[in-house]
Design a protein around this ligand. Structure first.
Ligand code: PLP
Length: 427
């Protein structure tokens, strides 16, 4: 199968778009080769410019949990389009999606919608700083919370993949306010608080990290963060942009029984359109403009088309048995890959969080960024390339999650495992 059209498009793109892509994770830099240019997608399949079909396990990096172009979502969007695409005024759709969100996340008493996960985390941090009247923030090395300045310090995802966890252009004076701890290591968090007990406004943590690959919180870790933040008067922000509606209908906080002060959402909540959201306790949220002085705004925030996609997606996810089906598919895939790897003598560790997983090319489980960084990324690259050749479209980095969706069929799983049998051979 040829990919000459993608190659031609990349040639044109790199001249006028930096790196030829509008988000760095889309480049194939870490695995070699150029990215595929996509022309359409339906259900579990994605088609490139040359017409090749792939089983898609990126799902737009999380949002497409229902599969591509779900008929019910598409029908609702077509109807919505005829009513106008943006008003710059409030709509009932926003109230509806806010209601659905608060119901799914009982820790949230109010929510505000934005257009991306980055805006959600950036705004949540501003709010935490204003509420606590402190400037410091604490995050975890290898976690990714979008590309706001304060958060591009020891960041995961594309920043880790491309070797720029600390981005140039972030003022030193600002980076100095970002403290980094080690995920799954409460002592590293305590040590920072003990040194700067009254300086840290918030701890921000991914509900279930997927941006260093999937790393599961150890028993007691999230509870520990809640305890420590309470003790020192800091807020706990759970970034559920990726984990929200992925681990269950709700997020990691429901699974771990954590009551964070603020929560950030994105990805699935927009059903493939640009939606982010942040919310939490009323006393904090009411500081937001126009009810309070903390400024935050967006011309296209709460856009009616985007709200429609979110509402339809959440409604469909509420159907009985949805998540059981999703987890069954995910587990079948993971068990199959682990079994093949063992047979082929390739040491892997498969980490699963609900409907996302990572095959780490590692002898041991990955609990944090130092573990993830130690994986055999060259071997991952060879696996990725072989899988792609066999029609399986995986995230082009060891440090990302594979996303399983409701459109993935038993036949898809069978084809994927056949590909994995070839993909893990002799690498
Ligand atoms: C993707 C992601 C973000 C950023 O969301 P964008 O919509 O890409 O800006 C933030 N936090 C987490 C945990 C994410 O996975």
């Amino acid at each position: 199968m040829g990919t000459s059209k993608s190659a031609q498009l990349l040639k044109r793109a790199v001249k006028i778009i930096p790196g030829g892509v509008n988000s760095p994770v889309r480049a194939f830099k870490a695995v070699g080769g150029g990215p595929l240019f996509i022309s359409r997608a339906k259900g579990s399949k994605i088609y490139d410019a040359d017409g090749n079909e792939y089983i898609d396990y990126i799902g737009s990096w999380g949002p497409m949990i229902l599969g591509h172009a779900h008929p019910k979502v598409t029908a609702a969007l077509k109807k919505a389009l005829d009513k106008g695409t943006s008003y710059g005024a409030p709509t009932e759709l926003e109230v509806t999606l806010a209601g659905l969100t608060l119901k799914a996340f009982p820790s949230m008493e109010m929510v505000r919608f934005v257009s991306s996960g980055t805006e959600a985390t950036m705004s949540a941090i501003r709010l935490a700083r204003a509420y606590t009247k402190r400037d410091g923030i604490l995050k975890f090395e290898g976690c990714y919370h979008g590309h706001a300045d304060s958060l591009l310090v020891k960041a995961g995802s594309g920043a880790a993949t491309l070797g720029v966890p600390d981005s140039p252009g972030v003022p030193q004076d600002l980076a100095r306010l970002t403290y980094n701890a080690t995920f799954n290591d409460l002592d590293s968090v305590r040590a920072i608080f003990e040194k700067a007990p009254a300086k840290i406004a918030c701890v921000i943590v991914e509900g279930a990290p997927g941006n260093m690959g999937v790393a599961l919180p150890k028993v007691g870790f999230m509870e520990g963060l809640r305890e420590i933040t309470k003790k020192y008067g800091a807020l706990l922000i759970m970034d559920e942009v990726m984990s929200g509606f992925r681990l269950c209908y709700g997020g990691a906080q429901k699974i771990y029984g954590i009551d964070p002060d603020l929560t950030c959402l994105g990805k699935v909540i927009g059903g493939g359109l640009p939606v982010g959201g942040f919310g939490g306790k009323r006393a904090i949220m009411e500081l937001l403009s126009p009810s309070g002085p903390v400024y935050q705004a967006g011309t296209l925030s709460g856009n009616p088309i985007a709200m429609t996609a979110g509402i339809e997606t959440l409604k469909l996810l509420q159907a009985k048995g949805t998540y059981d089906r999703l987890f069954k598919t995910t587990n079948a895939l993971c068990e199959g890959i682990a079994e093949i790897a063992a047979r082929r003598g390739v040491p892997v560790h498969v980490a699963i969080a609900g409907s996302m997983f990572t095959v780490f090319f590692s002898e041991r489980p990955v609990a944090n960024w130092p573990d993830a960084k130690a994986c055999d990324t060259a071997r991952f690259g060879r696996y990725f390339t072989k899988m792609l050749k066999n029609g399986i479209y995986l995230p082009p980095s060891q440090f990302e999650a594979v996303f399983v969706g409701l459109a993935h069929t038993p036949k898809d799983i069978e084809r994927t495992l056949e590909a994995a049998d070839k993909g893990l051979k002799g690498i």
